[in-house]
Every structure is written in C-alpha cells, then in structure tokens.
Write a new protein. Structure first.
Length: 491
C-alpha cells in the first residue's frame, strides 16, 4: 500500500517534484487541507503563515524549478519552526517564545539568520510551533509543552477512551515541532534544546531529532534561554531528510553520504554500548513505565537487533550521576539562571518595535499587569523568572564553574566510552545524560525504537557519538533507520 503524501519523506517528495508528478503549490495546499486539523487539535501551532502567502511562495518556487533553478535538496518543501526563531512580520507571523508579552508587544522587521537560510534554500515556512514557555524558565509549575500563547501541546498518538493519566505525552519543549512531523503536517521541522528539549519530544513522538553543537547555527534572531547550553536542531521522520536540513541550518556538508557505504549488516565494525534501561531515568518515569516488561523488552530487543546486524554491543554501562556536576556549589541550573536575564535582553533587542518590554524585569511587570493573559490559572506564577532576575552569581565565578563543569562532563562521557572498549556510540533511554551532554556541548540524537502497547506512546533511545562528533552521529542514524525502518505506526 502506497504511503499517503503527508507521510512521504522530503526526498520522496523531491523525486515527485523533479518528475513533474507534483508541484510545491499542490503539496503545500494538500498538507494544509488534510493535516491542519490534527495539529491544531494537538495545540502544536502557535501561528500559521497566511495561506495565500505561502501558496504564492510555493508557485514562485515551482516556476524557479521549471526554469532550472533549484536552490537546495529541500527546494519547495514545507517546514515548521519552533517559535523561538524570529521572522520578519511581513511573513504574516509574529514571534513569542511562548510568552504573551513578547507576542503582544514586540514586532520584528528582519529575519533571523536561520530563518533566512531556510528561505534561501527554497523552503516554505508554513507555521511556528508551540513550546514550553520561554523554553522552561518561567515558573516551577509550568508543565512541559505548555505556553501562555497556545496552551498544552498534546500527543498526536492520543486514543479515545483512555484515562487522561494514561494518554501518550508530547513532552517538550520542542513538542510542537515534533508533533507536526509525527502527524505528517511537514516532513521536517526545527527545534531548540537546552537540556533534552529536542531529544525527549523526539522520542515521545517517534521521530528523529538532533541537538547540534552550540555554535553550529548563528544565534542572531533566536531566543536562547542560556548562552552556554542552548543549541538548535533538525527534526524529521527520515534521516536523510534530517541531514539535508542540518546542511541548510549549518551552511555546511554535515556528512558525505556518497562515501558512507552501508553494508548488508549495517552496523558491522561499529562498537556500541548501552546503559541499563533504568539508568538515569527520573523517578517520575521509572515507576509505571521503565519498570514495565514490554517497555524494557523494546529497549533490550533493540540492542539485540543491532547486534544481529553486526554491532559489537556492551551492556549495562554506567556514568556519574548528574548530581556530581557541581563546582564551588554551582551547577548547570545556577549558571542558566545567571545567564537568562542577559539572554532575554539580547532577544528583545532583535525586535525593531518594542512598546513595553525591553528586559526581564519589564517582562515580569507586564505579566503581573496582564495576569489573566500571561499567567492564566492554574499556572498563575512566574517563580523562575523572578528567581533569575535576582541571581547573585558573579560572572567570573560562572565562567570558572562552567569551564570546570565542561571538563568534568567530557571526562565522564569519554571515560565511560573508553572504558567500555572505545565505543563509537553510547545509547541510553530517556535519561539524565542530557545534562552531561549539555555541559559537554556534544551533539546527540533521539532515535525511535517502538511503541508502548498500553497507549501507543512512541519510545526511543538517546544516541551519543564518540567525542560528540556530528558526522559519526548521522552515519549511525542512517544505519539505525535501515535496521528499524517501520517501528512507529503513524497517527
């Protein structure tokens, strides 16, 4: 049975565009007509681009293709971006970072460098996606995937008749982007990540996602919670699509696929290690999920499968816990709180029109004055914004702590991989290794493994490459998709 158009990969769509079987205008219209209801029902979109505008853009790109001008492998392909990426208001969309105060009082008249790269590659930005408000630094009671501008992002895998407590979750904070890709609204998307923000929703929605290195994408025109840990990343159902998007985002060739020959046993020659499935899992997920036989079976069977496909697999690896990463009493969270006020002020400076909010204190005051919109019940606090505004960490002490924590994190990951026999890849479940990786600034990814029988919740693993090398990671992901081609049943 042929796949419906909304679940074709970008490279499958490109083949149809090249043959003349399909136009970008028809593709865009079809996705809007057939998939908009499901993503809206999931609260995945903060704001849609005007239909007439993007259909015109698609027709212009069709005309370019007909004239022999093809800008990139993703020419004429629709995409959604997490609403932390600033765009010129002439595109018919604002920017919010999930915060009502930003959406209501700020206007941009220039695209971010990243957004412009997408347009220059011939991509069609059809919408901006929901997220955890301000990427998680608003309040200690803000749910993951919830924002004041759009509410709670929901999983497209939800089932009628299940109790709410048993429904699949979309995770966060890049939940909206992952939901859109999982639900077939677009083949690719962009998210951002501080510590798990693109990885956990990648696993929760059964898609591939990568956190790039921090300096891979220019930060001009982006909302970043921190200066030391935030990075952007591509999301896709297909790894080659993800690679094509990573190339556009970074302006480089991230991996030479022509030289990456995949053999009959795709993992032959690969040295791979894995923690136990329970290692580093938060207690809230440990009981009732990661102690369930079918969830554990999927994890262990995935390791058996890559072993059967040529990999040498070391099991039950262990690393120092996240609680060990402290230096003179400072850790990742205190550094993040110290950096956030400056990061927000920098973000605000990218907007050409700002009527009321220029810095973090202005945002706090605006939220208080507009509480019914900015802090609706039951999420009526802004504890973390206030805590961040009162930080007393000295910049010199922050720099000293950051340097030592980076060293500790790299040593912990590299040491574990070396001790296990010189691993090419380390695998874990949805674990706290994302803290180690944020501190180390290592690229890493989410890869799908299957679905929980109880509710259809997609499951996945975190993949960590030797020395944080992106090319190694992408080569691994290409093999993973070859071995696990259809482990997710799409909504």
């Amino acid at each position: 049975m042929a796949k419906p158009i909304h679940y074709l990969s970008a490279h499958e769509l490109r083949a149809k565009l090249e043959s003349g079987e399909l136009t970008s205008a028809d593709l865009t219209a079809s996705l809007l007509d057939t998939r908009i209801d499901i993503v809206n029902k999931c609260n995945a979109i903060v704001i849609h681009a005007p239909r007439d505008s993007i259909i015109k853009q698609a027709k212009d790109l069709d005309a370019e293709r007909a004239a022999g001008k093809v800008r990139s492998k993703l020419h004429g392909i629709p995409i959604v971006v997490k609403d932390v990426v600033i765009n010129d208001a002439s595109m018919g969309m604002g920017t919010s970072a999930g915060a009502s105060g930003v959406m209501d009082t700020m206007t941009a008249t220039k695209n971010s460098v990243l957004l412009q790269r997408l347009l220059d590659a011939g991509m069609i930005v059809v919408a901006k996606t929901n997220l955890t408000e301000l990427c998680g630094l608003k309040s200690d009671n803000t749910p993951i995937g919830w924002s004041g501008v759009q509410g709670q992002t929901l999983s497209p895998y939800r089932r009628e008749g299940l109790d709410e407590k048993d429904q699949p979750e979309a995770s966060g904070s890049s939940s909206g982007s992952c939901v859109c890709v999982a639900a077939g609204f677009t083949p690719v998307a962009i998210g951002s990540d501080t510590s798990g923000s693109i990885i956990f929703p990648g696993m929760a929605n059964g898609v591939y996602s990568v956190k790039l290195h921090m300096d891979s994408v220019p930060e001009d025109g982006l909302f970043r919670m921190t200066d030391s840990f935030d990075a952007m990343g591509p999301i896709a159902r297909d790894v080659d699509d993800l690679i094509a998007l990573a190339d556009v985002m970074t302006g480089t060739q991230t991996v030479n696929k022509n030289a990456d020959i995949i053999t009959e046993k795709p993992f032959e020659g690969w040295n791979i290690g894995a923690t136990s499935p329970e290692w580093g899992v938060h207690e809230s997920m440990l009981k009732g999920k990661w102690d369930q036989p079918d969830v554990l079976a999927i994890y262990n069977e995935s390791l058996e499968n890559i072993e059967a496909n040529g990999a040498k697999v070391a099991r039950s690896l262990s690393l120092p816990g996240e609680e060990t990463f402290k230096y003179n009493g400072e850790g990742m969270f205190s550094i993040s709180y110290q950096e956030f006020p400056h990061q927000f002020e920098k973000f605000a400076s990218y907007f050409s029109k700002r009527t009321e909010i220029h810095n973090l204190n202005d945002l706090i005051k605006w939220n208080e004055a507009n509480a019914s919109r900015a802090m609706p019940e039951p999420y009526s606090t802004q504890t973390e914004l206030i805590n961040s505004s009162k930080t007393t960490l000295d910049p010199k002490k922050r720099d000293d702590a950051l340097a030592e924590l980076r060293r500790m994190a790299v040593e912990a990951i590299s040491g574990a991989m070396t001790t296990a026999g010189g691993l090419d890849i380390l695998l874990t479940s949805e674990s706290t290794i994302i803290r180690h990786l944020a501190l180390a600034d290592w690229a890493h990814a989410a890869v799908p493994t299957g679905q929980w029988k109880k509710n259809g919740q997609p499951l996945g693993m975190i993949a960590v490459p030797k020395d944080g090398r992106l090319d190694t990671l992408l080569r691994f992901m290409r093999r993973w998709q070859r071995v696990f081609p259809d482990v997710i049943q799409r909504p």
